[in-house]
Write a protein of this length. Structure first.
Length: 192
């Protein structure tokens, strides 16, 4: 990620070093800041090709990993592996943008996919089934997403938002957002 604040030179150096060792390094999409928290390992095994995917909330950096509080999922689920491979192919200009499947990718399908998931929780709530939204993000300032969250909270869906920085949603306001809780984890580990 060449456009990362204060990290451009080290990122370029790491890219060159990885290329010298035989890795294929993708430097992002022109005119877009590319910030992907994914790793993909493709292996040929006895039963065929297998993809291993790590989806994380943080950077793969040995120093900051000691101070940031991040989450990650490691999976070899075939559909997710295929979806992430398609995303990497698009990022490296090997193919045109795909439908992406499970990954929610800004600016392509993040808002639409998030809205669909919010609506699903509203339907569960109205049908008397367990419902709830827990989301972790760096910031929340998209007016349309905030409106969707307000409507879901007003429908009775309990919502907890872990937001590291700027948040334009007003939580706990009677008649507007009493079912919405916003917090940020502070303390020994920096939220990332």
């Amino acid at each position: 990620e060449f456009r990362a604040r204060f990290d451009e030179a080290p990122n370029i150096a790491w890219g060159w070093r990885l290329e010298r060792e035989g890795a294929h390094v993708a430097y992002g999409v022109e005119r877009l800041k590319t910030h992907v928290k994914l790793a993909l390992v493709v292996r040929e095994e006895k039963d065929g090709i297998r993809r291993y995917v790590h989806v994380g909330t943080g950077n793969y950096h040995t120093v900051t990993a000691r101070i940031y509080g991040d989450m990650g999922i490691l999976s070899c689920e075939p559909e997710l592996g295929s979806n992430v491979a398609a995303l990497f192919n698009e990022l490296t200009s090997a193919t045109p943008p795909p439908g992406y499947g499970k990954p929610m990718v800004a600016p392509y399908n993040l808002r639409e996919s998030s809205t669909d998931l919010i609506h699903r929780e509203v339907q569960h709530c109205r049908a008397g089934r367990p419902a709830g939204i827990f989301a972790k993000m760096s910031q929340l300032q998209d007016a349309r997403m905030i409106r969707e969250l307000y409507l879901a909270g007003q429908a009775g869906v309990p919502i907890s938002l872990n937001i590291r920085g700027l948040c334009c949603l007003r939580a706990g306001v009677s008649g507007l957002s009493e079912n919405i809780r916003v917090f940020s984890t502070l303390g020994r580990f920096l939220e990332h």
